[in-house]
Design a protein around this ligand. Structure first.
Ligand code: ADP
Ligand code: ZN
Length: 701
């Protein structure tokens, strides 16, 4: 018997081992258990992904595994298959795929299951605790008192505070007794306070009717139209019989209200998985999910891999959000994998958005997904008034872009010495910083080329903030962007200032469009729409339309009527006008037509081979050799375009370029990559070359 083990290495293969001697005649271990193996001079922990009768490695060279760590697979069978499928589909090494999916605790060999003994205070222990009398052993008394306030505790919890000897001596005296785990508190569902509207009820009924089968439902409704209420209802129905629900959100730090709402509706069993958890917290959350004690798992991207043996329903909120795509390493789309997972588990999936991605709208148009529209609730404030500000006619004050400002901006550029990017001015820190490589330098007082004194310009949030502060000295300001949000708790502080009404003007980046509810905001100004209209990436207009629609949906939701102003130098742009006249849905129809004509997804399938190296000629030669090797495969239905320079052609002193692979069908693309990538792997590149493949890339420049 040969064990095929996935190890966390960049090699696209599995590793063969003989079973550990300790296995004896125990038979074949189940797939999905962890295996400790010798690897060079170290030991690694991998996952058993196959068992074969023979190996290509010669028998004397074949090493024996050291230990099998688990009795059962550490992930449910659907997730196990999903991970193997994802490794093939994204052409990413299977060991790295498992490593990306599993919490650190499992990768380092901690038990997958929580084997808990519980200890409870006995009647004798209770008597001892209340007896006034001699106090010989303060340590034991302390443990007794500690347990007295709890009644029962797990051996693990006791072990964190006390020594094993103390526990043993209390047990010997009969003051504490071992007990079976107390039954997990039954999940209590509180009834909703609202009666569903007719469209909500229809949608809930349709989703509930599809429980226990695979079905994809697009829930299409503006912010505040009642999507979350629909999620809560269908989840209650789906998990009633002991099932589990997985809820994916773009960013938990930005949507604390959502988690609160779930916790209020479902008393216990709601677990949030996010980057703010400690290793131990993450381990406990994972175990609770794997043992089906956690019933609703709310998490970001990587939560799609959580082991959920009783999965009954998946919800992907804000399904259009680009943060569902991992942008480095294992470049998966959590939204797409969630659909695959629902299919594998034979459960329904709900994709919610006020601005669905064009891919999802196309899937709805071709009836692969069912589409449910939630109109704005009656009584909700009116749709905001939208207008376009022609920047060629209207000069705006400093910071809020004017043609003059832009001219100055074009003339004063502080390039990063390591990248083809401009530095961003950070006024508070009196620094120029490059957001691509992190380089920073002090702000020069005079121009390096002409010697004139420098005036800072640009339309960064900090600059706009300054102008506004000068024009409206009495209005307290809050700012939310990548820089202000980086400190822990900073986002919450800003949001609290806005919600309390203390801050009257809020300046920010697209971050502001993610899930926030600002009912008192009455005016939204989009300072610069043109970046979205004329970016080289074919998805840029979709992103812009989503941003405009999302911020507009947040304006004037309280007692105030909303107004949205969009600053652009191209007020006649057709897509922008369609968006203004007919909303996101009308825009989407036009945008999909454009995509079809241009042969972009969803009417074609793409992959990108990205590469970087310090030697630009060597980089180019490598990519050209890759193109040549693709020609030899004679795949007429596959176009390999490039090499082209990346948008930022140099980052941290590395040149960056890519090839774009384009086909009509997924299966052709998959077959091609399977044949081609091993050829690319054999090519000799320049020193330090790094390359990666991105299947279904979200950004193509
Ligand atoms: P979304 O998720 O689309 O933003 P929510 O479900 O959060 O919408 O609903 C917005 C607000 O409207 C919430 O305060 C919610 O409690 C309330 N709400 C939702 N459905 C109803 C309903 N049928 N009747 C009354 N209020 C509702
Ligand atoms: Zn840089």
């Amino acid at each position: 018997m040969i064990l095929q083990v996935a190890l966390d290495t960049p090699l696209r293969r599995v590793f063969d081992y003989r079973p550990p001697t300790s296995l004896g005649s125990h038979g074949v271990p189940p797939l999905g258990v962890r295996v400790r193996v010798p690897f060079g001079r170290q030991q690694l922990i991998g996952v058993l992904v196959g068992v074969a009768s023979e190996s290509a490695v010669a028998p004397p060279k074949l090493k024996a595994a050291l230990e099998i760590l688990d009795e059962h697979s550490i992930v449910d069978p659907v997730t196990f298959d999903l991970l193997r499928w994802a490794s093939e589909y994204y052409h990413h090494p299977i060991g790295e795929v498992f490593a990306a999916a599993l919490p650190v605790s499992l990768r380092t060999g901690q038990p997958a299951l929580q084997k808990t003994e519980w200890w409870c205070l006995s009647d004798a222990g209770r008597r001892e605790l209340s007896a006034p009398g001699a106090r010989r052993a303060p340590q034991q008394r302390a443990l007794l008192a500690w347990l007295g306030t709890r009644g029962c505790a797990t051996g693990d919890d006791i072990g964190e505070e006390f020594k094993p000897a103390q526990l043993r001596s209390l047990a010997t005296r009969g003051w504490i007794v071992e007990a079976a785990a107390p039954a997990a508190a039954a999940m209590e569902m509180r009834p909703s306070e609202v009666a569903l509207t007719l469209p909500q009820a229809a949608c809930v009924a349709a989703i509930i009717a599809s429980l226990s089968t695979f079905a994809a439902h697009l829930l299409y409704g503006v912010t505040g139209s009642g999507k979350t209420e629909v999620y809560l209802r269908v989840i209650a129905a789906a998990i009633g019989e002991g099932g589990q629900a997985l809820v994916l959100v773009p960013e938990i730090a930005l949507t604390p209200q959502l988690v609160d709402r779930f916790r209020r509706r479902f008393s216990s069993g709601v677990v949030a998985l996010h980057s703010g958890l400690s290793t131990a917290e993450r381990r406990d959350a994972w175990r609770a999910a794997h043992q089906a004690q956690a019933r609703i798992i709310i998490g970001t991207r990587s939560a799609v891999f959580t082991s959920l043996p009783k999965l009954a329903l998946i919800v992907v909120d804000e399904e259009h959000d680009p943060s569902y795509k991992q942008h480095e390493g294992f470049r998966y789309s959590a939204r797409d994998l969630a659909v695959m997972r629902a299919r594998g588990a034979n459960v329904p999936i709900v994709l919610g958005s006020a601005t669905p991605s064009l891919e999802t709208l196309e899937n709805a148009a071709t009836a692969r997904y069912s589409k449910h529209l939630l109109p704005q609730r009656p009584g909700a404030s009116q749709a905001p008034r939208m207008s376009i500000v022609d920047l060629r006619k209207h000069a705006a004050d400093q910071g809020l872009s004017t043609p003059a400002m832009q001219a100055i901006d074009r003339h004063w550029v502080a390039p990063c010495a390591h990248c083809d990017a401009r530095m961003t001015l950070h006024r508070r820190a009196q620094q120029l910083r490059c957001h691509h490589c992190g380089a920073h330098s002090p702000v020069p007082a005079i121009c390096g080329s002409c010697g004139q004194a420098l005036n800072p310009v640009g339309q960064g949030t900090e600059r706009v903030e300054e102008t506004l502060a000068r024009l409206f000295p009495d209005a307290p300001l809050a700012r939310l962007d990548r820089d202000t949000a980086s400190a822990r708790g900073a986002v919450q502080t800003v949001l609290d200032r806005v919600h309390s009404g203390e801050a009257r003007i809020l300046v920010g980046t697209q971050m502001l469009t993610k899930g926030h509810h600002f009912p008192e905001v009455s005016l939204v100004v989009i300072v610069d729409a043109d970046q979205g209209l004329f970016a080289s990436d074919f998805r840029a207009t979709e992103r812009l339309a989503q941003t405009i629609t999302q911020v507009a949906g947040r304006a004037g939701r309280g007692s105030l009527a909303g107004e949205v102003m969009i600053q652009t130098e191209f007020p006649e742009h057709p897509l922008l006008n369609r968006l203004m006249a007919e909303g996101y849905e009308g825009f989407a129809v036009s945008a999909l037509e454009e995509r079809r004509e241009a042969g972009w997804p969803p009417y074609s399938r793409l992959a990108m081979l990205r590469a970087e190296a310090k030697d630009s000629l060597g980089l180019d030669a490598f990519l050209r050799a890759a193109v040549n090797s693709s020609r030899r495969l004679n795949e007429a239905a596959v176009k390999v375009l490039g090499p082209a320079s990346a948008l930022i052609a140099r980052r941290a002193d590395h040149f960056r370029a890519h090839l774009l692979i384009e086909t009509a069908a997924r299966s052709t693309l998959q077959r091609f990559l399977k044949d081609w990538l091993p050829q690319v792997e054999k090519l000799r590149g320049p020193p330090g070359l790094r390359w990666s493949i991105d299947v279904d890339p979200l950004e193509v420049d």
